[in-house]
Each structure stands twice: as C-alpha cells, then as structure tokens.
Design a protein around this ligand. Structure first.
Ligand SMILES: Oc1ccccc1CN[C@@H]1C=C[C@@H](O)[C@H](O)[C@H]1O
Length: 328
C-alpha cells in the first residue's frame, strides 16, 4: 500500500498538525504518511511568550527536533493572531493599552526572537492569521492589533518576519477562505500587501470543511482567485467535520456508515481538486493525524466528539483514506 506522502510526492507536501496530546502510535502514522508537521498550539504566542520577556521554547524545540530527525518540513503557526495571545502583550504596567510604537516594538521583538530561532528549520510561516472580518462590509476584523497599531500591523508583521528569515516563505492564513464574500476580502487584503511591496509569498487556506460545505465550485474559484496573485497556496488546516457548522446535535457518539461514506466522497473530491491545482498548491496539511484527537471535538460544540480525518481513533485507515490514496 502506498503512503500518503508517496502517493502525492510529485504533487505537494503532505503535513499534519501535532500537539502535546500526539502519542507514540500517532507518531508512527506521522513518520509513515507525512513529510511535514505544524505545531497546532505550541508555537502560538501564549505558549512561546506567556509572560513579557519570558520565552518557553522547550515543547516547540521538541517538535522542530522531531521534524529535523525525520526529514520532515515544518510550517510555523502563527506569529500574529487575535486569539491565544496573552492580554499582557497589549497593556502597559498601569493596565492601559500600550502605544502604537510600543506594540510595534513588542511585535518586532517577538517575531525576531521566534523566527530567527528556527531559521533554516521552519520553511513557511503563517505570519498573520485571520485578520479579515467574515461578515459585513468591513475588511478587517476588530482586534487589539488593528485598534492600537492600525491597518498596517499586517505589513509590519510580514516585514519583521522577512527581516528575521529572508529565506522563509511567508503566508497570510484564514478560514472560510472559500466563501465567495470572504474570498474577495482576502484577495483585496493580499493584493494591497503586494501593491505596497510587502514580502508575502503565499496564502494559507485553512480548509476547515465538512460533509456539506463548502461546494467544490467555491473551493475551485477560491484557489483560482488566489492563484491569480501569483502566490503559493498551502492548504494549512484540513479537516472534514461530520457536522455542518450550524448543527449542534450531541446525540452522535460514533460515526455512522452514511457519515463515513459521505466523508470518503468529500475527501476524494477535495484531493482531486488539490491534484488538479498541484502547480499552485505546494503543501496540504491536515489539522491533526487521526480521530484520536481533534480540536473539532470541542468546536463549535464543546464536548461533542468528531471524526474528521483519514485515520480512525485507533489509527486504522477509514473509507476516506482508501479514496484519497488512489487519487492521481
Ligand atoms: O474554523 C474556525 C471558525 C471560527 C474561528 C476560527 C476557526 C479556525 N481557526 C483555526 C482553528 C484552530 C486553531 O488551532 C488554529 O490555530 C486556527 O487557525
């Protein structure tokens, strides 16, 4: 049987997110099927600099060493985001918002400290995550970054990351990336960055999809739209939830045969699309390894188990794996 990385070795890198729950058996799957990893949480701001000036790199270093020791690439996730960033970062000693200048200085110091540490070991960074507003006319999501620095916080983040590691490929990363309205906003944001000479090299499509949404048509149109900008495309956080986003049912305690069939159909369609756009898609990363652990078992419904991957809770292949492994 082919492995995932063998099946797609001439198409794109195949990655998976790892975290502190990734156990020995999942590490075996990782080595067998994947040639890239991303730290799901351990390289986020709150885990790297929980207190001002106090960096905690030990877990992130272990993941980097694992990638290095197993001939895997690594994606860095993520340098500037409105979530999982400690409150202290935006406040002065009196508990008031810091100035634009101070926040830019703190952003620069964090990015330089982190990116230069992993220079040559992390080939791609999600420099800014989820800055675009989903609904409404505004382009930017409200955040402390936006409110204190202004819209150019994104420009600065990319310039700092590029100065810290000129060889790293730098991405803007977002979810709902295939939604027709949000697609236009992401395109506008990235085009503006390019027009201002900002060193951005790629767009990350998180691809948190499900059995019903988004449509293949919308996925294709988004890939084509972003590709028009001449940038690399990474699928950065792929998972296929068994539930639509609005479905808050909690009565399903194991995947039904119909769910597994529909998921296999959807994964096969997705990888046929990825294969057909292999000239612009450089990397496809799942936001986990097997159904043993997924963030979706707590989002959007806390405590509601989900089964979004190609491998089941015991690490065995699912019908979706059998479909994906034969896509070419
Ligand atoms: O699908 C979404 C819907 C609403 C908000 C955020 C997201 C996705 N947001 C992602 C998910 C999990 C985190 O571990 C990632 O860092 C984040 O990029």
């Amino acid at each position: 049987m082919n492995t995932l990385k063998e099946q797609f070795q001439t198409d794109f890198i195949i990655g998976a997110a790892v975290n502190k729950y990734t156990d020995q058996s999942e590490q075996e799957l990782l080595k067998q099927h994947f040639n890239s990893i991303t730290a799901e949480n351990e390289m986020k701001f709150e885990n790297l600099q929980p207190e001002k000036g106090k960096y905690t790199f030990d877990v992130a270093d272990q993941f980097v060493a694992f990638a290095q020791g197993n001939d895997m690439k690594m994606r860095g996730h993520t340098l500037v985001w409105h979530n999982q960033t400690p409150d202290w970062f935006f406040l002065d000693d009196d508990g008031n918002d810091v100035s634009r200048e101070e926040l830019l200085a703190r952003m620069k110091e964090h990015i330089f400290t982190v990116v230069s540490r992993y220079k040559g070991k992390i080939h791609a960074w999600d420099v800014v995550n989820e800055a675009v507003l989903d609904e409404g006319d505004d382009l930017y999501r409200q955040s402390k970054w936006l409110n204190i620095i202004g819209e150019d916080f994104i420009d600065y983040a990319f310039h700092y990351a590029h100065e810290a590691d000129p060889d790293a490929t730098l991405f803007y990363n977002d979810y709902n990336e295939s939604d027709p309205v949000k697609r236009v906003k992401i395109y506008q944001l990235v085009k503006g960055l390019l027009d201002r000479g900002v060193p951005i090299h790629g767009i990350g499509l998180q691809a948190h999809w499900n059995l019903y949404q988004p449509s293949i048509k919308d996925i294709k149109q988004s890939i084509e739209s972003y590709a028009e900008l001449g940038l690399k495309i990474h699928i950065t956080e792929l998972d296929v939830s068994m539930f639509s986003f609005e479905d808050e049912r909690k009565d399903v305690t194991s995947p039904t045969k119909e769910m597994l069939y529909l998921q296999a159909e959807r994964y096969q369609q997705f990888f046929k699309v990825f294969h057909s756009y292999r000239d612009v898609i450089e990397s496809v990363t799942f936001w986990g390894i097997s159904d043993a652990y997924t963030w979706l078992s707590d989002f959007p419904v806390v405590g509601r188990k989900n089964w979004p991957f190609l491998f089941d809770e015991s690490g065995n292949t699912k019908p979706a794996f059998d479909r994906v492994i034969s896509v070419k």
